[in-house]
Design a protein around this ligand. Sequence first.
Ligand code: NAD
Length: 264
Amino acid sequence: MGRLAGRTAVITGAARGIGAAIAARFAAEECSLVLSDIDEPTLAGTGARLAADGAQVVEVRSDVTDRADVEALFAAAESRFGAVDIVVNNAGVFANVRFEEMTDDQWDTMLRVNAGGVFAVSQTAIRRWLAQGWPGVLVNMASVSARVAFTDSAHYSASKAAVGALTRCIAAEFGPLGIRANAIAPGIIETEMTAGGLTDEVLSAAWTLRVPSRRFGTAEDVARLAVFLASPESDYINGEVITIDGGAASSWPKPSDRDRSPRA
Ligand SMILES: NC(=O)c1ccc[n+]([C@@H]2O[C@H](COP(=O)([O-])OP(=O)(O)OC[C@H]3O[C@@H](n4cnc5c(N)ncnc54)[C@H](O)[C@@H]3O)[C@@H](O)[C@H]2O)c1
């Protein structure tokens, strides 16, 4: 039996990248899926591929910054599958902007999508869980940027630090009612979000040398952690922000002759 068998998950930003990988892994663990995104055509393709492989899946176009959309997302989820057990707050945006050039609009948009979206979706889910007496699990997508500085994206770091704080506060406030909330803090994961920054081979190799595991992460690496945090296997983990970055944020490796040795 799948590790998420009999459960229903709402996943935001599920059209592509990490969200789509989480959807695929959850489906493999027999979870019913409610996939949402603002990119409707890509979302439809992702949903169709999973359905063709036998997944129970419904796609709902929904913007995490729009309250009416978020309400409609949960209404659609409940009407198709009954109560929602798991919410993965994955939708997010990124931009490189020099601090001195950052506009109020760029700051507001980043905070509105990355932090405001997690607030709106989590609050909607929790209100429904409270009304239904049905405890659920939140898995929120933070970033290592919340704890280590990356230049040219201060607004992104601030938004992801807010996700960590929200996660801890939700866990403290609703843990007594059986609701869990944890966050994942990925390092550099190869998706369309990071593709633009990894095109330069020299820079890309330099980045890789900062990662003890000597590779960038994959969406599947993150998806496996999401399954664990969504499943009862992690029942006693609550309010944590778990880094998944090949060791990069915890180290400052110097170039090593080990890089010349073949690795197992
Ligand atoms: N890729 C990385 O290196 C990395 C590292 C740390 C954290 N993250 C976080 O992981 C999450 C997924 O990132 P990814 O790399 O798969 O990015 P991605 O850009 O490939 O996918 C993000 C998805 O979110 C959707 N989205 C954007 N705004 C939305 C909104 N307002 N409402 C609903 N959906 C919206 C997009 O349409 C897209 O499908 C994001 O929260 C991101 O910040 C990514």
